[in-house]
Design a binder for this molecule. Structure first.
Ligand SMILES: Cc1cc2nc3c(=O)[nH]c(=O)nc-3n(C[C@H](O)[C@H](O)[C@H](O)COP(=O)(O)O)c2cc1C
Length: 341
């Protein structure tokens, strides 16, 4: 195999498990790395982050513990996600990056902000840096800032989305044509067909979040895993354009959120709604209501539009093996259906 991404990270397959806040703990990342992919941990991994927001020092030490637990579970390379905070989150982001550097994480996946912020610091500590973007101009900037690879996250994906709303199909070939460093395609990939398609578009690897939510090793409530298995093509919605665009399972929470937004609620009113919630949340954050309690009505159940393709709960290794073993059949079909001279 002649794949720069595999060489760069020292991995067997160009399959990266994408980070998902609160649910991608050491267990999932280790299972993916042990199966030959690149597991990514964080943000906020482990039980200590689920209940209350710890202070900056406590949060940093919780992250350090979880990085060490991950290192004990796999001899293979792994990644840790560092999101770029805004406002009150900045001291947390800064501390997490310091801990990542101290712990010499092999790969840093940096997302939700500018590549100028942490690239130099992470590279100086010896980490490889993958930067997540949602447009060609941000990819070009990340390359100029010295990152080792780029992840482009399409609008089909789960969780927070890029404001330009570009899909994976249109973004991958345009970014592939604009940068020289390895490109990883994320958003809407769930099987070997998606993987081959992404590589055909110019990516050298893939990045999957939603597909790995149903891995047995993923620390999320079983109700959410079952909701993914039951999902159809129309089960998710992109919402929250005035606050922070995200894709989640359609439920009472997303309905009420969209209704408030349609009435012209201010940013503060939207934030209050997200935080105050309903009695059924019992004071929990929306994400904890989904992840820990399995509240599918009022919890924030982030997932991508590819959920409709998911049919079973399985191990991370089975997911990776299915992608790898399914690829030759997809290539064979291409040879059959592609017109040749
Ligand atoms: C529940 C959930 C939480 C997510 N949280 C984060 C996060 O904290 N940081 C981040 O960079 N991306 C986050 N993402 C986005 C993923 O890393 C990735 O871009 C996305 O899952 C790819 O699309 P897919 O879901 O179709 O595979 C999240 C996605 C989901 C579904």
């Amino acid at each position: 195999m002649n794949n720069r991404l595999c060489e760069l990270f020292g991995i067997k397959y160009p399959i990266i498990q994408a980070p998902m806040a609160y649910i991608t703990w050491a267990d999932l990342a280790a299972a993916v790395s042990n199966a030959g992919g690149l597991g990514t941990m964080g943000p906020n991994p482990g039980p200590g982050f689920q209940e209350e927001v710890p202070d900056v020092e406590q949060a940093g030490e919780l992250l350090r513990q979880e990085i060490r637990r991950l290192r004990d579970m796999t001899p293979n390379p792994f990644a840790v996600n560092f999101t770029i905070g805004r406002g009150k989150q900045i001291p947390y982001s800064d501390r997490f990056v310091e801990i990542g550097c101290e712990e010499r994480v092999p790969v840093a996946v940096v997302s939700m902000g500018s590549s100028s912020v942490y690239t130099k610091q992470l590279k100086a500590a010896g980490c490889k840096v993958l930067h997540a973007v949602g447009s060609v101009s941000h990819a070009v900037k990340a390359q100029a800032d010295g990152v080792d690879g780029i992840v482009c996250e399409g609008f089909e994906g789960g969780g927070h989305l890029g404001g330009e709303e570009l899909t994976t199909l249109v973004m991958v070939p345009q970014i592939a044509g604009a940068v020289d460093i390895p490109l990883v395609a994320g958003g809407g990939i769930g099987d070997a067909r998606g993987m081959v398609a992404a590589l055909a578009l110019g990516a050298e690897g893939i990045y999957m979040g939603t597909r790995f939510m149903v891995a047995r090793e993923c620390s999320i409530h079983n109700n959410v895993k079952q909701a993914l298995v039951d999902a159809t093509d129309t089960s998710t919605v992109a919402f929250g354009r005035s606050v922070m665009l995200s894709r989640s399972l359609k439920n009472k929470y997303t309905q009420e959120h969209m209704a408030l937004e349609a009435k012209g609620a201010s940013f503060e009113e939207m934030r209050d709604y997200e935080r105050s919630g309903t009695p059924s949340l019992k004071g929990r954050r929306r994400s904890a209501a989904a992840n820990v309690d399995g509240n599918l009505e009022y919890g924030s159940v982030g997932m991508g539009a590819i959920a409709g393709l998911i049919k079973e709960i399985s191990s991370a290794a089975d997911i990776i093996n299915g992608m790898v073993q399914g690829s030759p059949g997809v290539m064979q079909r291409l040879q059959e259906v592609l017109p040749t001279q």
